[in-house]
Design a protein around this ligand. Structure first.
Ligand code: MLC
Ligand code: AMP
Length: 507
């Protein structure tokens, strides 16, 4: 048996073709990628990582971190990337749940994380953003040849945690074929070739930056400029030497603030992709008028990889996410009965295909609850399909806020706020934010004379929740609005506080 994903990456590889470069002048060819990922794979084996073992990784973005992902694929391990913003309290849960054999963290976070890892029986090593750290040192000594471990299409390649409505994150199990089939489809759909050069400014601990961006580049034999984070001016300055940008809507909002975003600056670019959150039709139109490029919006999820895309050729319609990708079946159903709805009717979006994950790690019941008996996955997104077949996402059937492309589950934040002395209860919701799309907002009901204010609530959350999950504003109200069933009416709160961030300048 072969290694399903890595064999496809190897196919047609040109050893001296450029693969990845950084703005501080470091670069790797495809030949370097093979050698470096082999070195890391050998180190994983030396450290006792066996096929199927999880390798949990919370490190700053670097080409070496990408090599570690590839090493896991080659060694048959299950790559488990973690947002660099997660606090120790959050990490303790992920490590306890996933039981990794190895935890790889940044050198500066080792001291804090070591007790958490060792208490859970995991070994810990470090990887810094400039190729430093104990794991990198071991890799430098290791052999540059590696016999890839056999992995079939259904074997796990990665687990990505995605928060659940219960407030606790669930590990989405992604197989070799989930990743390979989706990336191959996108290479074809978006016409990637070895001549492409991607501006890679997304984090590599989520589906968008890790699988959509990096796997496409690898399969196409193309190259990328790896930026530690997104900066609009830097991205524009790189466009004359690049062909593609992939981003969340906040990237495009920020690019539009620059007077340097012009037709001339973007003349060498052939494709701008947006996803992970809704792109305002207005942003799409303004971008097209500034540059002449119609942003290509697509729709995906951690559990499903990419589901739909606007066409490469043909109309990229603002406010829509395009057509189901080849091989992906999509239907809109009545959320209660599961009955399929006619075109134009709004309901729950469900999808099925080789892109859809294998289930939630060690949660068979939760997995079963999210699938229909005929194998369709219930996305939690509400949408409709128009007469031309374009999918429109019109809302969410799940209580979720998406801020700058990151998901925040209100329940998780509410549980933290409700534990604070002086708090009776709270409701967390998203309202329009000019930069992040939605701003996480908390409405809190206090006991009399609680002695709690906005700052004290925010201070209490600091070490409990990643920064992006923390409310941008906390407001105090006498009671939460409830319907006759006693359910908190978040729509009423969203309407009441709709203008909370409107005075902010974009960015
Ligand atoms: C940073 N902050 C955020 C935030 N990002 N707050 C809310 N939401 C976010 N997304 C905080 C910072 O900690 C900081 O707090 C303050 O907001 C301002 O930070 P900044 O410097 O302006 O932010 P920046 O570092 O520039 O990051 C913004 C961003 C980044 C949009 C570039 O969030 C980003 O790269 N997002 C991409 C997320 C992503 O890849 N999603 C894909 C998920 S996969 P303070 O207090 O320190 O000032 C998926 C599936 C699919 O969804 O379909 O793709
Ligand atoms: P995540 O769980 O982080 O992978 O986020 C997936 C969710 O992001 C989806 O269920 C959608 O709600 C949302 N999403 C992704 N792409 C889009 C898009 N283009 N438009 C609207 N929502 C999107």
């Amino acid at each position: 048996m072969s290694n399903h994903l890595f064999d496809a990456i190897r196919t047609g590889i040109v050893a001296d073709a450029p693969f990845v470069e950084t703005t501080d002048g470091r670069s790797w060819t495809y030949g370097d990628m093979l050698v470096t990922s082999a070195r890391f794979a050998n180190v994983l084996m030396e450290l006792g990582v066996k096929p199927g073992d999880r390798v949990a990784v919370q490190v700053e973005k670097s080409p070496e971190a990408l090599m570690l992902y590839l090493a896991c694929v080659r060694a048959g391990a299950v790559y488990l990337p973690l947002n660099t913003g997660y606090t120790l309290a959050e990490l303790d849960y992920f490590i306890g749940d996933a039981e990794p054999a190895l935890v790889v963290c940044a050198p500066k976070t080792r001291a804090g994380l070591e007790p958490v890892a060792t208490a859970r029986g995991a070994r810990i090593e470090t990887l810094g953003e400039h190729g430093d750290g104990s794991l990198a040192a071991l890799a430098m000594e290791a052999d540059g040849d590696f016999a890839d471990v056999a992995r079939g299409p259904g074997d796990l390649a990665a687990i990505l945690y995605t928060s659940g409505t219960t407030g606790r994150s669930k590990g989405a199990m992604l197989t070799h074929d989930n990743l390979l089939s989706n990336a191959s489809t996108l290479v074809d759909t978006w016409r990637f070739t070895a001549a492409d050069r991607l501006i890679h400014a997304l984090p590599i601990f989520h589906t968008h930056g890790l699988f959509v961006a990096s796997n496409i580049i690898l399969l196409a034999g193309a190259s990328m400029i790896f930026l530690p984070k997104f900066d609009a001016e830097e991205a524009i300055s790189l466009m004359p030497g690049a062909t593609v940008l992939m981003g969340v809507p906040t990237f495009y909002v920020r690019l539009l603030q620059s007077p340097k975003l012009t037709r001339e600056a973007t003349a060498n670019m052939r494709l701008f992709v947006s996803g992970s959150a809704p792109l305002l039709a207005e942003t799409h139109r303004r971008f097209q008028s500034a540059t002449g490029h119609a942003i290509l919006e697509r729709y995906g999820m951690t559990e499903t990889n990419m589901n739909t895309s606007n066409p490469y050729d043909g109309d990229r319609i603002p406010g829509t996410v395009g057509f189901p990708l080849p091989g992906v079946s999509l239907r809109v159903v009545d959320p209660e009965s599961g009955r399929e709805l006619a075109g134009g009717e709004t309901g729950m979006i469900e999808v099925k295909g080789p892109n859809v994950f294998k289930g939630y790690w060690r949660m068979p019941e939760k997995t079963q609850a999210e699938f229909r008996p005929d194998g369709f996955f219930i996305t939690g997104d509400l949408g409709q399909v128009d007469a031309r077949g374009y999918v429109h996402i019109v809302g969410r059937g799940k209580d979720l806020v998406i801020s700058g492309g990151y998901n925040i589950y209100p329940k998780e934040v509410e549980m933290e706020i409700d534990m604070l002395p002086g708090v009776v209860e709270s409701a967390v919701f998203g309202v329009p934010h000019p930069d992040f799309g939605e701003g996480v907002t908390a409405a809190v009901v206090l006991k009399p004379d609680a002695g709690v204010d906005e700052q004290s609530v925010l201070a209490a959350l600091k070490d409990r929740l990643a920064r992006y999950k923390q409310p941008k504003r906390v407001v105090f109200i006498p009671d939460l609005p409830r319907n006759t069933m006693g359910k908190v009416q978040k729509n009423a709160l969203r309407n009441r506080f709709a203008d909370l961030y409107s005075e902010l300048q974009e960015g």
